[in-house]
Design a protein around this ligand. Sequence first.
Ligand SMILES: [Zn+2]
Length: 289
Amino acid sequence: MSRTSWWRVLAPLAVGGAFVVLTALERRRPLRRAREPKWRHVSRNIVFAGAAAATVNLLERPVVEPLAEVIQRRRYGLLYACRLPPRLHFVLAIILLDYSLYVWHVLTHRVSWLWRFHLVHHVDRDLDASTALRFHAGELALSIPWRAMQIAAIGVPPNALWSWQNILLLSILFHHSNVELPIGIERLVARVVVTPRLHGIHHSIVPNETDSNWSSGLTVWDYLHGTLRLDVPQHAITIGVPAYPTSADVTVANCFALPFGAQRPWRRFPDDGEPEAHGHTRSVNELAP
Ligand SMILES: [Zn+2]
């Protein structure tokens, strides 16, 4: 078997193994207290994962994989214009895919018709590795033109695209997980990549906390854009979206329909109250070095 073929076999095993290990660790070292029974939460999110996987395989792959081959053959895009050594081209393609995903993530919150779909990911009332797989199939379908633009503008060859997709899956499983890492280790890791505590702040019900920590891989994009928040302790965070606070709000049926119905003002509770922002002081600055 060639090296490439080995990677093709090992990558899905690594992703599946990461999900199993993180889910086991969530039982032993939970970071935040769960609000819903674990089995119900995970099984619901696996239904979303199934629809998401079908969308990726039936709609996204037939577009992006042939596109990356055309881009490589015809040497289109920024990195091909720079005539870089192949390894540098490969690494920069992955870094630029990560940055352009940061931009896409901001857009899914800022553009109202994209937010209708991304909201389904955020209404989850607990955050764990299964939330990493909870995306509305519509959000994944709507991301295909953006993905095609990323590939064409950057000049992403098929091997870089495939590697990034697998790295991204591992990264989102890790930072959505509800695993309490030793704080000293997480402080170090969070300087480079997104960690569970960092991403927990993005899933807070407090809107100005949701509006932070948009990165999905490297944290450098939040540093550069001034959108990094380190100062919210996990015990102070309630996960979810204020307008959708109950278990009934987050069921599979209600959430598949959510983007298509009338939208509640998401920043406020149904009784019109607002979630209170946490008082931040250096003393609770958990992740600051
Ligand atoms: Zn988000």
